[in-house]
Design a binder for this molecule. Structure first.
Ligand code: ADP
Length: 219
């Protein structure tokens, strides 16, 4: 089934390519834009449309009818100036929802001041995830919501197996809330306090980063 939402992705580097392809596979219409003719050629069969354009040129953006897209993703990586200027022009042209890739915190701040609706830090986030996974083999997924708050997906530590959530008492011990349990195909949301943790359960937890770290270190 085709979905009506229309996306444009600017910059076909590793990140942009991956976002554009994933959206297209999900059934969305995707316009991919890059200033590099070779990249455009290579990508021509992967999404709905691919065009060659320099998005730091306002007239090019206008000619593409960029305003009509529901979401525009600025995935230009290396060139901070092109990334920032593109975001600024998109905002000026009245694009409804702009997602911009930031290289670092300062760049992110700037993008946010310009009015990007969502800032993503793919390298930082992936680095964090890999680090958490290296520290503890229980960690399957790690997302930082803010510097103090994170979500983690962990395989239930052996020491918790057989205990109910109330007995495990993670909320009091670590200020960590178990918001869902994945057990094979089944997902238990929200789990009740008397739910017993079984071997192989995956716990999805939200909490203060400090507490989450304690949970990750449990065996
Ligand atoms: P990544 O780090 O995700 O691989 P890159 O910085 O390597 O990202 O790639 C960004 C892409 O954005 C490149 O393909 C480049 O040609 C494209 N790009 C850079 N500047 C512009 C611009 N002004 N207009 C359109 N595309 C651009």
């Amino acid at each position: 089934m085709k979905n009506n939402k229309q996306f444009a992705v600017i910059g076909l580097g590793r990140f942009g390519t991956s976002v554009a392809t994933a959206l297209y596979k999900l059934g969305y219409e995707v316009l991919a834009i890059d200033s590099d003719e070779e990249r455009v050629q290579k990508f021509s069969d992967e999404v709905t449309h691919v065009v060659q354009a320099d998005t730091t040129d306002e007239n090019s953006l206008k000619a593409l009818g960029i305003r009509n897209f529901d979401v525009v993703v600025v995935a230009i990586g290396e060139d901070i100036q092109a990334n920032t200027l593109t975001t600024l022009l998109l905002k000026d042209l009245g694009v409804k929802y702009i997602v911009a890739k930031a290289r670092n915190e300062l760049h992110g701040k700037m993008l946010s001041k310009i009015g990007a609706d969502r800032i993503v830090y793919p390298e930082r986030d992936m680095g964090l995830r890999v680090a958490h996974n290296l520290v503890s083999t229980n960690v399957l997924e790690y997302i930082e919501l803010s510097p103090d708050l994170s979500i983690v997906e962990v395989t239930a530590p052996k020491s918790l197996v057989g205990q109910s959530l109330a007995e495990a008492n993670l909320r009091v011990k670590y200020e960590v809330n178990v918001v869902a349990i994945k057990r094979g195909e089944e997902v238990i949301v929200p789990p009740l306090p008397d739910e017993k943790i079984k071997t192989g359960d995956i716990l999805i937890c939200v909490g203060q980063t400090k507490g989450i770290q304690k949970l990750e270190e449990m065996e």
